[in-house]
Ligand binder design. Structure first.
Ligand code: HEC
Ligand code: HEC
Length: 230
């Protein structure tokens, strides 16, 4: 393992030294390039991904089975491999940069990973069950309507038309949302809304986030948190 000695201490030092964000401005995706990149994703080896998850310290934050310990760290279990793969490429190139310490950390961690490493990790997470449903999360009628029907008056497409009937994810890089950690969900939606997260193809996600109120984002976070596996 070339980078086995990375460790959380090394990460903290790098961030303190200001290496968190990428230097040059990364190019946004265009549809053809993203399609080709996903089509050429190497076949993932989930067994090797499981080992990397431990050796590369991913497990220390995201958990050994893709379920993180806290809302600081998103859940990865049951996630679509294409999504994880794309997001890791985006961290590595610096395209996904919310300008926060958290995203700086992930950029640093993604740097040494090869495409094969990313595909293996992605295959491992995809092989795991979705995170468990949060027993305290409730599904309101208002959230249900946004998910199933959208809001034509604000040009909001139903979330379920892309993210799947059961929040299991859609085609290509469209992620699963079921069981996602509530705090992470709210944070990343706000980042789409205020433009801090702009790694989505053709603003395909931020265009909807910008239309949502804070209350609606919270209701949607609850809606999907209530949906995880048993
Ligand atoms: C020191 C803690 C830490 C370690 C170690 C770590 N991560 Fe992360 N990771 C984070 C945080 C924090 C975020 C959320 C960033 C945010 O909120 O903007 C994240 C986000 C992610 C995401 C995006 C999730 C999503 O739903 O978009 C993926 C994928 C990911 N990490 C994979 C990995 C992999 C693979 C490794 C090991 C190679 C790893 N992480 C190691 C803290 C960590
Ligand atoms: C036209 C398809 C489409 C629609 C409609 C859509 N999304 Fe998305 N969404 C995406 C794609 C594609 C991504 C991945 C962006 C990227 O490349 O990082 C995404 C990402 C997300 C993420 C980030 C997940 C993570 O792990 O970081 C959340 C949260 C989300 N969408 C919630 C919603 C909600 C809630 C709605 C309904 C109000 C919605 N989306 C409607 C396509 C869509």
């Amino acid at each position: 393992m070339a980078v086995a000695g990375l460790g959380v201490a090394g990460v903290t030092t790098a961030l303190a030294a200001g290496h968190g964000s990428a230097g040059s401005q990364p190019e946004p995706w265009n549809p053809a390039e993203l399609r080709t990149t996903l089509a050429e994703m190497p076949a993932g080896d989930a067994g090797r991904g499981e080992r990397l998850n431990t050796e590369m310290m991913c497990a220390s934050c995201h958990g050994g089975t893709g379920e993180s310990w806290s809302g600081n760290w998103s859940d990865l279990g049951g996630q679509r491999a294409e999504y994880t793969y794309k997001v890791m490429l985006d961290y590595k190139s610096g395209l996904r940069s919310e300008g926060t310490r958290r995203s700086g950390l992930m950029q640093y961690i993604a740097k040494p990973l090869t495409r094969q490493d990313m595909a293996d990790l992605a295959a491992y997470y995809e092989s795991l069950p979705l995170p468990p449903a949060d027993p305290e999360a409730r599904q309101t009628q208002a959230a249900e309507e946004l998910v199933r029907a959208g809001d034509p008056s604000r040009l909001i497409t139903p979330c379920s038309s892309c993210h799947g009937r059961d929040g299991q994810g859609g085609i290509n890089e469209t992620p699963a949302l079921a069981g996602q950690d509530r705090a992470y969900f709210i944070r990343t939606m706000n980042h789409f809304k205020n433009g801090q997260r702009d790694n989505d193809l053709n603003e395909g996600m931020s265009v909807f986030a910008r239309q949502l109120t804070d209350g609606e984002i919270e209701a949607l976070a609850d809606y999907y948190a209530a949906m995880g596996s048993e």
